[in-house]
Design a protein around this ligand. Structure first.
Ligand code: NAD
Length: 307
């Protein structure tokens, strides 16, 4: 699908991944409509239509799909809330996704891209994880992501539209409010000792938000149907490296407090050969450069608060 002049609906377009995705779509010439349960100041000044509604609201989702060529489905009740609030997580992530995928079919949408998560794989049986790895989620949030993947497969088959599924690894970047990267950055900027669970050796495949936005656009535009793709670098960085890099960038020597159990023994690192071959996608932003951007954004925000 050509994105220039295409009408694209971005659910959750006011969120962390949503805002850079909307920006990237607009710069490709797409006409963008956002459906998000919360209005976001981060969309101010962007030339997009914003509908404030819940994806659990069938009628609102159906209306939002009117005249749409492609849907980028990002809306989600995030991990921490979803693992605690089961009913709300089901309504948003499963029932809401069903509404989006069904409305797309009813309204004649041509293509749907769903942002799933690498956590849908569960504890990896092999690393790097190929997309053919079974989905064995071991918590409720990833179970809702896996469930929505299955709903998309079934509904795309029923209605006959094309689709792609993206499984992001650990996304970080400016605009992130939760997660280990902003938590460590805030501590170091405040001159405090960051707190890490485990011994800091546990690794994660940190992928920058702008790389995710690029993957989203490539998946929307690609002439491939029914495929799933990992979105990451295909390598893992230990938390100690993340802290060390931020210390170098700030010119300080971090002294983390190691506290609590190891999060995961096996790093969740996806095989990245398939997105490279079929979407022409490789994550490009090096961790050091991405972390520099995170620190810049937080410093600017702190300066703005003081003024
Ligand atoms: N951030 C990550 O590290 C990460 C990793 C893997 C996968 N993902 C996936 O990427 C997608 C986007 O995640 P994100 O990090 O931008 O999350 P986010 O929480 O920053 O944004 C989600 C957006 O969805 C909106 N939303 C929540 N419930 C809604 C509802 N019921 N109806 C309409 N809108 C609703 C929120 O208001 C928010 O703007 C999600 O599908 C998530 O599962 C993210």
């Amino acid at each position: 699908m050509l994105l220039d002049d295409a009408h694209i609906l971005v659910t959750g377009g006011g969120g962390f991944v949503g805002v850079p995705t909307v920006r990237a779509l607009l710069s490709e010439g797409a006409r963008v409509r956002v459906l998000d349960v919360a209005s976001s100041q981060r969309l101010d000044g962007l030339d997009c239509e914003v509908i404030v509604a819940d994806i659990a609201d069938e009628a609102a989702v159906s209306a939002a799909c009117e005249g749409i060529d492609g849907v980028m489905h990002l809306a989600v009740l995030p991990l921490v809330l979803a693992n605690a609030e089961l009913e709300a997580a089901f309504q948003a992530n499963v029932r809401g996704s069903f509404n989006v995928f069904r409305a797309a079919g009813e309204r004649g949408v041509k293509r749907v891209v769903y942002s799933s998560a690498s956590s849908a794989y569960g504890p990896p049986l092999e690393v790097p994880i190929p997309e053919s790895h079974p989905l064995r989620p071991n918590a409720f949030y990833p179970a809702t992501k896996a469930a929505a993947e299955m709903l998309l497969r079934g509904l795309a088959g029923f209605y006959g539209y094309s689709f792609a599924i993206l499984r992001y690894m650990n996304v970080y970047g400016p605009g992130q409010r939760m997660g280990v990267v902003p938590a460590v950055a805030r501590c170091l900027l405040a001159g405090e000792r960051p707190r890490l669970t485990g011994d800091g050796s546990q690794g994660f495949d940190f992928v920058h938000i702008e790389d995710c936005a690029r993957a989203n656009l490539l998946a929307l535009g690609a002439d491939v149907d029914g495929e799933d793709f990992n979105v990451g670098h295909g390598t893992s960085a230990p938390l100690n490296e993340v802290v060390g890099l931020m210390g170098e960038l700030l010119g300080v020597r971090p002294d983390p407090i190691y506290d609590g159990p190891m999060v995961s023994a096996t790093p969740r690192v996806g095989d990245v050969a398939k997105p490279q071959a079929m979407l022409g996608f490789s994550a490009e932003i090096a961790l050091r450069d991405g972390l520099a951007g995170v620190l810049d954004e937080l410093r600017e925000a702190q300066t703005a608060e003081v003024l």
